[in-house]
Design a protein around this ligand. Sequence first.
Ligand SMILES: *Cc1c(COP(=O)(O)O)cnc(C)c1O
Length: 477
Amino acid sequence: MGLEITLSYNGDMEEKLRRLPSVDRLLGESEIQELTSVHGLSRDLVVELVRESLDFYRSEIKKGRDLPATGEIAARITGRAAGLVIPSLKRVINATGVVLHTNLGRAPLSEEAISVMVNVSQGYNNLEFDLESGERGSRHTHLEPLLCRLTGAEAALVVNNNAAAVLLGLSAFAKRKEVIVSRGQAVEIGGGFRIPEVMKQSGAKLVEVGTTNCTYIRDYEAAITPRTVALLRVHSSNFKVVGFTHMVTLEEMVALGKQYNLLVLDDLGSGCPLDTTRFGLGAEPLIQDSVKLGADLVFFSGDKLLGGPQAGIIVGKKALIDKLKKHPLVRAMRIDKTRIAALGVTLLHHLKGEATVKIPVWQMISMPLEVIERRARYWAESLAGMARVIEGESLIGGGSLPGSSLATRLVAIGDPQKPAQTQRLARILRSQNPPVIGRISENILLLDPRTVSEVDDEILIRAVQQALRQAVKESQG
Ligand SMILES: *Cc1c(COP(=O)(O)O)cnc(C)c1O
């Protein structure tokens, strides 16, 4: 009896497998043909996609599912093809109000920075070629003069990102030696970048001193041994210790370093070149100040408050930078021509004092509240009764200015009593072209004009109108 049931079950399954359409039959479907005729995929690739989908349904049928309709199989194939031909990385509209959103690509670039990237990558360039002598040059020469002017440092070196920069600095100077860090600065800044782990990779031994909330210069001094080479300061980036706290100043560290002949390394994280208090923000340590106060090496990112492309920048004493340039890791961490070009233009914006006019990050930070209010009202009016303007705050993000925010106006959509509806609207907005990313607070969807380029206002409004219509339709059906 049991055997019979199994047999008829298997027979049923085999019948289904036999009735699956053939590769040729699927290749004849109009939407599959269009993959070649309209979207330009090769026949071989389309055949591969067809075979993969048939394999998928075969194994599903073996697990007990029903025979799929030919239309369903074709839809799966075209869906897979779309996954290949539509770029995975695409532009989105950041309406979260977080200026430096690491998940949304951090700093957008200035128009001039973008055009120079296009310019140097369309053809050849003098990346490592000395035009005067006609001989081999160095990619490090393009940015160093600009960085020295901007920060007041003797020398500079640019690598792939700041995590690489810190790893390089520690590998070059602290391998098998001790580096003293305040316990309150042995931080994780997100995305797996943990200071203790980077130090381990470099071969440096981390010596933590003080407590989470209080570290004094005498704690550093007491930890110095014959194996100590450096004192490291790390910007706490994404958190703030409040209340009873004490942190050692860079001046104190430099003085102690001088006394014991130790290097003073400063991981600034964001690396801010402009006084943030001018814009109503808290104070962020300035790169120029770290150099002036005598840090030997200062490390920071290119795509945080500098407002440029991804890069890790090291500025400081010439003898040390010269040594770093010869380190074998530099080759493994180098940045490409397009980013060198964009970073150069970004540094020039700062040097010319035009950051708040030309660099998107600084345009957003300095955007007058009246402008934000006017735009928020316009957005809300265009959404005819579905949205209201409320007061709120924009964040800087990107591991800078923790706990510091800018007053803004937000367009609020949704009913706080209906969280599922708000989630649905946010999801539909993310599926628009381009996707619009908002933030949800207390079950309401919030859109902040500060981080949306004004030229995208109409695109955003249309996307929200469309998403609201779709959300209503979904909730009815
Ligand atoms: C952001 C940050 C880094 C890492 O910089 P990337 O450019 O993202 O590699 C390192 N240290 C601190 C303190 C940071 O805030």
